[in-house]
Design a protein around this ligand. Structure first.
Ligand SMILES: Cc1ncc(C[n+]2csc(CCO)c2C)c(N)n1
Length: 244
């Protein structure tokens, strides 16, 4: 697949990344040798910067200005939904397609869609900004990464981007203190990304990477890590953008 300027390919092999240990070496001394844990630990310091981000903390206390964030995130979610479709198509067995199909039908196209429509309406976002707002640079980069993963049709690469985006959101949302803010804008956004069902969904995504990652070979593992790390970097940039 050719890209306009090769920018995305360059990003997933960012020369500024600290060299990651090779998975086969890392696993011999790791407390938890799961492939997904290798990906997560190699994505520091971005991982911790996202789950402890001041904007995420402000969501959990009901103090965040959600307008720019949700306008941009609605565009993110569009590309994310297409990526879930690629996971249905790319999974290597029937029982793995099922959770993607269920999540698509029950959460993204129902609960989450309803949330976005009500939230953007409450925030007074006009119709043009709902469907085609001016995109922030980080949104463009995130869409490009998701498009690259989708067009690759490589299931482990698709999984890397999906898993990072869901797992890291479970990370900040699970840190929310009780009681949740009363306003639906915050409470429902926290609830969408926490709780037993969402934990099971993230567990499934991790399990898929843990099942397939160890046999990818060193080059394949490095490729999956490149996508996972770039997604972590963009999540951090996305909260920075929202913070203003
Ligand atoms: C930048 C950004 N990263 C991750 C998510 C999390 N997320 C995206 S789609 C989806 C499925 C339905 O909840 C979830 C959890 C987000 N919203 N925005």
């Amino acid at each position: 697949m050719e890209f306009q300027d090769g920018a995305v390919d360059a990003q997933v092999n960012d020369p500024h990344d600290a060299p990651a240990p090779v998975y086969e070496v890392w696993r011999t001394t790791a407390a938890d040798p799961a492939f997904s844990e290798w990906l997560r630990s190699a994505s520091e310091p971005d991982w911790t910067a996202v789950v402890t981000h001041p904007f995420a903390a402000a969501i959990t206390t009901g103090e965040a200005d959600m307008r720019r964030y949700l306008v941009q995130d609605f565009q993110f979610v569009d590309a994310f939904t297409a990526l879930l479709g690629a996971a249905v198509a790319g999974a290597d067995r029937f029982e793995s397609r099922v959770p993607f199909g269920r999540f698509l039908g029950q959460i993204v196209t129902d609960t989450e869609r309803s949330y976005f429509h009500r939230a953007l309406d409450t925030l007074g976002v006009d119709a043009d900004d709902v469907t085609s707002p001016e995109l922030e640079p980080v949104t463009v980069r995130f869409q490009a990464l998701m498009d690259e993963a989708r067009l690759s049709q490589e299931y482990p690469v698709i999984l890397a981007v999906l898993c990072l985006a869901e797992w890291i959101y479970l990370g900040w949302a699970s840190r929310a203190a009780e009681p949740s803010p009363e306003e639906f804008l915050y409470r429902e956004w926290i609830d969408l990304h926490s709780g037993p069902d969402f934990e099971a969904w993230v567990g499934f995504l991790r399990g898929e990477l843990d099942r397939l990652g160890p046999s990818l070979g060193e080059a394949g593992q490095a490729r999956v890590l490149g996508f996972f790390r770039e997604a972590a970097r963009l999540e951090r940039g996305f909260f920075d953008m929202a913070q203003g």
